[in-house]
Write a protein that binds this ligand. Structure first.
Ligand code: SF4
Ligand SMILES: [Zn+2]
Length: 299
């Protein structure tokens, strides 16, 4: 029972009926670590124990209700349980739409957004595509004919001024559209994932703290104080975001970053280079596949 007792201490302030724990099969297991597989290990041994446990259903319900973050419970791995916990949170909140806006150049971004929304149980996903004519310019390699830069991480970080992948004032348009939709559907927050590397040396001026402060004010005032702009990673480098995401069990394997809009990702565009470096800095391998000289690696 050590394992169950240890975890029951995490349940701050909430009362749960734990009498079923007296019949837990894992209470007598010699090696409780089996229930806490390390990153990359599989959980099938623990699941085999659970499959013959007389309190499997109660254990599963308890672990979801009490939002247990670690280990195998009720025959479910951390990742499998996380999905159900997200669904439970969503059901408690009531149904809500998610909003994604883009300039329409990469369907793969929309596919990834669908997958992430589905993973977190926030379907249906409402998609708003802004007119691409608004952003078309040969000055940008994302929306025009300018060549996509292939640089090392060090070269990227030493660059100064606008990035070749800057799209004219796009973030303000995306945030404005998201704010309008937030008001329409009754949402109170718009989340914006700009981070410190975007703002570094003014590569993307519409990701800087100066821009975010001004935009946050505009959104709050312009929405009759109904909507707040939330920027949880504004001051973080990508390597810190990867670390935080790992702790939060982010399903990185279904996310997308590549500016080329490729799946497998190109591995050479600025965002692929930054992403790979961020995983490397944490001693981790990025779980998405990359296309390296015609060969798909990393699956
Ligand atoms: S279902 Fe698995 S984790 Fe839950 S009590 Fe039984 S053996 Fe332990
Ligand atoms: Zn890429």
């Amino acid at each position: 029972m050590t394992r169950l007792r240890d975890f029951s201490r995490q349940l701050f302030g909430r009362e749960y009926d734990r009498s079923w724990m007296d019949h837990a099969r894992c209470a007598s297991v010699e090696d409780p670590d089996v229930f806490f597989p390390k990153h990359g290990q599989n959980s099938s041994r623990a699941k085999r124990y659970c499959a013959k446990c007389p309190v499997l259903t109660l254990c599963r319900e308890y672990s979801i209700e009490s939002e247990q973050m670690y280990g195998v419970w009720g025959g479910l791995s951390e990742r499998e349980r996380q999905k159900l916990i997200w669904k439970q949170r969503r059901d408690r909140r009531g149904s809500s739409d998610s909003v994604v806006g883009g300039s329409g150049q990469h369907n793969v971004e929309l596919m990834a957004a669908e997958e992430v929304a589905s993973y977190f149980g926030t379907q249906p996903l409402r998609t708003v595509v802004l007119p691409s004519d608004l952003f078309r310019t040969n000055e940008s390699s994302l929306t025009g004919s300018r060549e996509m830069p292939h640089e090392t991480y060090q070269e990227l970080m030493s660059g100064d001024g606008p990035s070749p992948t800057y799209v004219p004032f796009r973030n303000s348009n995306l945030l404005s559209a998201a704010t309008s939709l937030a008001l329409v559907i009754g949402a109170s927050s718009v989340y914006f994932g700009a981070h410190a590397e975007d703002a570094h040396n003014w590569a993307y001026p519409d990701c800087t703290p100066e821009f975010i402060g001004a935009m946050a004010n505009a959104i709050y005032v312009g929405s009759y104080h109904q909507v707040r702009l939330v920027t949880p990673v504004e001051w973080m480098m990508k390597r810190d975001i990867v670390k935080k995401g790992m702790a939060l069990k982010t399903p990185y394997e279904i996310t997308h970053s590549c500016y080329e809009g490729k799946r497998p990702a190109c591995g050479k565009c600025p965002t692929c280079v930054e992403r790979l470096e961020a995983f490397r800095a944490n001693g981790l391998e990025d779980p998405i596949p990359y296309d390296v000289e015609g060969e798909v690696v990393g699956i």
